[in-house]
Design a protein around this ligand. Structure first.
Ligand SMILES: Cc1ncc(C[n+]2csc(CCOP(=O)(O)OP(=O)(O)O)c2C)c(N)n1
Ligand SMILES: [Mg+2]
Length: 298
């Protein structure tokens, strides 16, 4: 018997007035950044720059695009969001709190013993964390398998995989890309965070991945490239990829490490940041000032 799948969504975004829709995402992105700063302050260090950089993408995904039920993270028809970059856990926790999947108050337990929010992502610990992805380069293969399974079941859910530009160095990413295209998996969306940085330095110096768009196209993907800190452009791109049929889609997002906090945007060692005690309040003030200015110019 074919399983019944409801069409209920927590996010009735498509019918919303566009200005309201963008404003809602902008506010969510601001709170995701604040959540990330709170967690960073608990540990005094971490992958804070990446969380600030990817906050706009996560805000669009979690407050505008994904079909999910915050109180039922295992709802069979939910869209799956796979984080293959385990070190970006801080970013995803910030978004899961904004989406109501984990309580905001729980963020203060980040990285401590017995917390459900370990510093590297663990699927068995955290509601809404679909995979344990710290060993880089496996997320897209898991996404491909899940998407095949969902299609086989007649389940309309979509599978998203957020991967980093560092993961483009992994051969397994490209094996999965070939598979997804071979099977015409239009229920898969890959999102690549091109922050131009890796653990050992700028991506261009570690292993040249450009031209990224053309590579995905050559592998049979419908590829779009946008400024990953431009909410307007992100919303359009996500909409286009959801509507696209016949092949998998990839959204290549150029993001800026530390985005929204000038103090951290200009850090030399941006992959793993250490932030002094007195700098956290400055960071929050800078974030608030930027948010206000942006609000006034809209
Ligand atoms: C298979 C594998 N190889 C190496 C590592 C070590 N590692 C952890 S983060 C990282 C950098 C990867 O690049 P990216 O995610 O783009 O870095 P970021 O943008 O966060 O600076 C590496 C090599 C790993 N986790 N898994
Ligand atoms: Mg990177």
């Amino acid at each position: 018997m074919t399983a019944m799948h409801t069409t209920a969504s927590t996010i009735p975004a498509a019918t919303d007035d566009r200005a309201k829709r963008l404003e809602r995402v902008r506010e969510a992105a601001y709170r995701i950044r604040l959540n990330a700063l709170s967690m960073g302050e608990v540990q005094g260090q971490g992958y804070i720059g990446q969380a600030l950089g990817i906050a706009d993408v996560l805000a669009v995904a979690y407050t505008d695009q994904l079909r999910h039920r915050p109180d039922d993270p295992h709802w069979p028809d939910r869209d799956r969001f796979l984080l293959s970059i385990g070190h970006y856990a801080i970013a995803l926790y910030a978004a899961l709190a904004e989406a109501g999947i984990i309580p905001v108050e729980e963020l203060e337990t980040y990285g401590s013993d017995d917390s459900r929010l370990p510093m590297s992502a663990m699927a068995s610990y955290t509601p809404g964390m679909e995979i344990s992805g710290g060993s880089l380069g496996h997320g897209l293969a898991v996404a491909t398998g899940m998407a095949l399974g969902l299609r086989h079941q007649g389940n309309p859910a979509r599978v998203y995989n957020l991967l980093s530009d560092g993961e483009l160095d992994e051969g397994s990413t490209w094996e999965a890309a070939m598979q997804a295209a071979h099977h015409g998996l239009d229920n898969v969306t890959a999102i690549v965070d091109v922050n131009a940085l890796q653990a050992d330095g700028p991506t261009a110096g570690v292993l040249r991945t450009e031209p990224v768009t053309e590579k995905w196209q050559a592998f049979g993907w419908h590829a779009l490239r946008v400024d990953g800190n431009d909410i307007d452009a992100l919303v359009d791109a996500f909409d286009e990829l959801r509507a696209h049929t016949g092949s998998p889609g990839v959204l290549i997002c150029d993001t800026r490490i530390g985005r929204g906090v000038p103090l951290l945007e200009t850090r030399e060692k941006a992959h793993f940041m250490r932030v002094s005690e007195h700098e956290w309040q400055i960071a929050r003030d800078q974030l608030a000032a930027g948010h206000d200015t942006e609000g006034q110019t809209r």
